[in-house]
Design a protein around this ligand. Structure first.
Ligand SMILES: [Zn+2]
Length: 144
């Protein structure tokens, strides 16, 4: 089933968070998490009682997270937009990801597309990516 976005977030008593959407694999729930909000993909199975498969950290702005999930098509898009840290590995891969190759280009752990560069100084994934292309083309804004 394609992702179903809830018109109003549903309180998840167990996780103490708010479910924004679900598809046939996961429920997408955000939690207050220290200085951030963490959006997690909770398996829609008994495993979802004790753990989650994918996570993305956002600023403490529930409306921002709701917009990011609301704009997201989990069938063809690997990950939502707008997060600044991915605390899970490996990154999520959408089942129909080949239908949206531009959206699904590789991103670093900070949510930046590698071909655009990363705002985080010395991002290891960006440096590895850039090194694999040609180091002399790197500028402060990304790849020239
Ligand atoms: Zn990065």
């Amino acid at each position: 089933m394609p992702i179903q976005h809830h018109p109003t977030p549903i309180l998840d008593e167990h996780w103490q968070g708010y479910e924004l959407a679900r598809d046939d694999r996961h429920r997408y729930v955000w939690l207050w998490y220290g200085l951030n909000i963490r959006l997690v993909a909770i398996p829609d199975s008994p495993d979802g009682f004790t753990g989650w498969d994918y996570g993305w950290c956002y600023p403490r702005d529930p409306a921002l997270v709701a917009r990011a999930v609301g704009d997201w098509d989990s069938d063809v898009q690997d990950e939502p937009m707008g997060w600044h840290k991915r605390p899970s590995w490996p990154p999520r891969r959408a089942p129909g990801r080949d239908e949206d190759p531009a959206y699904n280009r590789p991103r670093c752990v900070h949510g930046c597309y590698l071909h655009e560069g990363c705002r985080t100084v010395n991002c290891r994934e960006f440096l590895a990516y850039a090194g694999s292309i040609q180091a002399e083309h790197i500028t402060a804004e990304g790849l020239a």
